[in-house]
Write a protein that binds this ligand. Sequence first.
Ligand code: MTE
Ligand code: HPA
Ligand code: MOS
Length: 751
Amino acid sequence: MKNYDTTRHVRGESLFADDFLLPEGTLFASVFSSSIAHGKIVSLDISEVEKHPGVKKIILAKDIPGQNQIGGIIQDEPLLAENEVHFCGQPIAIVIAENLLIARAAKKKIKIEFEELTPITDPREAYAKGMLIIPPRIFSNGNVDEAWTQCDVLVEGTVETGAQEHLYLETQGAIAFPTEGNGIKIISSTQGPTATQRAACKILGLPMHQVEVDVMRLGGGFGGKEDQANAWAAIAAVSAYVTKKPVKLILPRQEDMRMTGKRHPYSIDYKIGLTKDGKILSYEVTFFQNAGAAADLSTPILDRTLFHATNSYFVPNVKATGLCCRTNLPPNTAFRGFGGPQAMFAMEAAIYKAAAKLGIDVSIIQEKNLLTEGDEFHYGQLAENSKARACWNEAKEKFKFDEIKSNVEKFNRENQLSKKGYACMPICFGISFTNTFMNQAGALVHIYSDGSVGISTAAVEMGQGVNEKIRLVAAEIFSINKSKIKIETTNTSRVANTSPTAASSAADLNGKATELACKNLFERLVDFVKDEFGFSASSKIEFEDETILGDGNKIDLTWNELIQKAFFKRVNLSAHAHYAVPGIYFDKEKNKGNAFAYYSFGTAVVEVTVDCLRGTYIVDSVKAVHDFGKSFANVIDLGQAEGAIMQGIGWMTMEEVIYNSEGKLLTDALSTYKIPDIHSAPKEIEVHFLENSENPLGIFNSKAIGEPPLMYGIGTFFAIQNAMKAFRPGKEFQFSAPLTPEKVLLGLYKE
Ligand code: MTE
Ligand code: HPA
Ligand code: MOS
């Protein structure tokens, strides 16, 4: 996977927040946090810490110069706890010292007394106690109650999905520097530089022009730094502001795992009704979202759950209810898929249960109900340009689905303790921020007088290859070697008012803004060439491999020479452009509208082998036909698909976040939290690019790729259950993810 950073990464030369050279006098912060999940702070004694040699300052809530508030959408999250704590790991105090070891040692001397209150960790319990963050959200169409009477089969049940730890390689962190005139500059590992700037401004009580946020790159974000980088940047910022020294804060892994939120666990009730030949007529689903102690991004995440309630199927009658339940866990947050995966898992579970009752193969129901061109989603948008069936058909054919089935059946007849299973997993994922206003981006392109190019955008590089894509866009428009193009850091003073790099749309949004800015410069250069070389207004000027053509003939002029000439003739060699996605809107009262610019489609076929003596399993293969649009960075796109599939498998199988009943995280280290490694990777991953797919709303006709393939991982859950059914025919298994080896074993043997 050769992207912009590959060589630097391999040499260890890439800079992450922890790698920047620090000015002399830099101080180090460590965060003291709550050891209980719910309670009142009765007393807080920092006198011993203040006496600790090397400690420079302790900051409590009362010392915050601005507002003690970091809630981005709903203002319900203090940066530092004041009188109460609402989750284990909630920041209470910042200890700033001359070095890191002192800061960490000194914070142990803080004496705190709590009056403990009973914590709630279960979303259904929170709901029963009226602990909703917002009123219930309902997306619906048709009339489910009338439709039930027309159904031949009805099934209902519950589904549980687990949390997921982001486990970005680089933990959360920031360095803040005081600047002239009481301002602050922050180097942050954030997906959302503007959101980080806003949060720091609120904490400091400063206007936005006083706080500059700069992002080099992230060692992964996966959604975990869309909103939750803000707190650590604000802590570094307030520390620098108060001490008037640079302050660095990088979370140790265990603190990061304990203090930050994860993918939302959901508990889900569903009811589905079908005709006897498998046509889905009606679907009712209620999502109990475990939001944690503060809203964070839970509300737009819940909306995306409701959008994707029917996955890639057309259902004429739908009622989807979302309940955003406040519990005493760290606030859960964005994670690749943003609420979509939980919805799709529930829909698939409903189909599996219905298939069992009807006594037909699941794939018959799946295929029968796939979206066709122009089908209407329950929120009113039409499935235009639906590739759901094209991907399905091609996957079934290309990967010889019928052969897979018969081979699995044969294997299972011949083996007693080892069983194989398979599953098809179609996906449909809407591309756009579901908050319409967020679908905008900016780019600032400079052509320097020596012909080299520097590009700043709102996009944050976090391993997904967005910088390389942006570089390819500019290289294509100017027809210059991409080595001439540098992608600058993401900086709020160069490109302002940005949306986070999220919703898989950074390449589309920022690529389009870059395309506009580059075309603007291109037009200026074309006009200059016409003037300078006496071409008529209607002449055709083209750039080709760093040379210039006029009406098809080479002009004696290279790119570098052109730029130098243009500079001396005072042509403006800088351009800024703004891009806003056209045609999207959503009515949040009626919950209807065209929320998405377009959809991403695909189908995966998953095969597994389960060791029925031990409960362990191997993913034999994941094969998918995916709609990439017209990919212009195939290797990056393939890398994204493979990585997302792995992360999806992890969420569905082995990654188990466990809090005890007191709300304490038990899985707070890599010894207790298992993520997929090379041994648990599928033996084979094959991702086929759907042909003949064009997408004018994506950059260069491509489609967003960051999140959608994660949901292929859901197929692994059902493939494992399929194998379990071969071992225990007729036994009913719970739809409770992750399906760890422990759960497989208990499922196979426990009555
Ligand atoms: N890939 C890598 N290597 N690291 C990441 O942190 N984040 C994912 C995805 N792929 C991520 C990644 C998430 S959650 C999103 S929303 C997209 O990348 C964001 O980038 P894009 O908009 O450029 O696709
Ligand atoms: N996806 C990711 N992040 C977001 C979204 C979304 O749809 N809406 C707001 N933040
Ligand atoms: Mo991705 S969850 O939208 O950062």
